[in-house]
Design a binder for this molecule. Structure first.
Ligand code: SF4
Length: 316
């Protein structure tokens, strides 16, 4: 609820003041149990920061995070630790997120031990079970990360996230570093695991093809703000926010001549998050901007089954 995460950068040199980067700037969002909610937007829009703040891997500057009825921001380390078992993350880079000096068994045992899972024998058994869960053979438990392909490493990252039987998993660009054919295998695995373990996913990505295939609902983020939220079907069929429409228009078509016609273009560069434009943050790039857009910040409102923050949503 109204989550913000601001960073102070620069300052301290020759008396220069620090500047504020509003990485997440007043985001209110509901994620429903057992759905896949995809968060999309260009690099630097605040997607990853929002995912981390939701898990309190980074502390929010202000706002509330409510998980299954419990408000997290006021919780002490002990209470948060117990809940953290239920909320996990799969990182983007399977090459960097696994310790190269640890065997797979050690990697999987670490979160189990830190949450007091059981005896060493029970932990070993759980590690083998986790490897099987993600489609890898148990004899790999003694191997090191460098002995696996990128897709296999990401499976190990998923197994580690699932070690303590979470309900909610943030997947932060979890398939972006993989080849397309391997991406499909890992997405299928994530879908199977969701059915089997009744998981809820918060899926951070810039890849709209992945979103279309995988998500139930979509949130579109621009410069720290949510600008549109809706079901995947609705967002792809009838985007209401100009930014959503332009993001989709920017996806390359297999045959650009097939549908003909000029494609609308995003104008200019993304404004600096340290010097946000007044009014609608998107107005410097929006082909539909009018005078009011340059002075008045639009708020998220329900329209035609979506929520959208725009003075002139496309339906009008
Ligand atoms: Fe474009 Fe105005 Fe809507 Fe912003 S409020 S997206 S500038 S039409």
């Amino acid at each position: 609820r109204a989550l913000t995460k601001h960073f102070h950068v620069g300052g301290g040199f020759a008396g220069r003041p620090s500047r504020v980067v509003r990485a997440v700037d007043g985001v209110t969002l509901d994620i429903r149990a057992r759905e896949t909610f995809a968060l999309v937007g260009e690099s630097g829009c605040g997607k990853t920061t929002l995912g981390r703040v939701m898990l309190r891997l980074q502390e929010p500057t202000s706002g509330e995070i409510v998980y299954d009825g419990t408000e997290l921001t006021g919780l002490g380390e002990g209470a948060m630790r117990a809940l953290r078992k239920k909320m996990q993350i799969v990182f983007q880079d399977p090459y960097a997120s696994l310790n190269p000096r640890m065997r797979v068994e050690q990697i999987l045992a670490e979160p189990l031990r830190s949450h007091g899972y059981g005896t060493p024998a029970e932990i070993r058994e759980r590690c083998a079970e986790l490897l099987e869960l993600v489609g890898l053979r148990t004899q790999y438990l003694r191997n090191y990360p460098h002995q696996f392909s990128g897709g296999q490493r990401q499976r190990i990252g998923i197994a580690r996230a699932l070690a303590n039987k979470p309900d909610f998993v943030v997947c932060d660009e979890s398939v972006s570093a993989l080849d397309v054919s391997i991406q499909a295998q890992v997405l299928n695995l994530l879908a199977d695991l969701q059915d089997q373990l009744k998981l809820t996913y918060f899926f951070i990505t810039h890849d709209l093809a992945v979103v279309r295939q995988f998500a139930d609902r979509v949130g579109v983020m621009f410069l720290g703000r949510l600008v549109e939220v809706g079901t995947t079907e609705e967002i792809f069929a009838r985007p209401l926010h100009p930014y959503t429409m332009l993001l989709m228009a920017a996806v390359p078509r297999p045959d650009p001549r097939a549908r003909g016609g000029e494609r609308p273009m995003m104008q200019g560069e993304i404004p600096s998050p340290m010097a946000l434009p007044p009014g609608c943050r998107f107005h410097t790039r929006c082909p539909f901007a009018r005078d009011i857009c340059r002075v008045e910040d639009p708020v998220l409102q329900s329209r035609a089954g979506h929520t959208v923050a725009c003075h002139f949503p496309l339906e009008s």
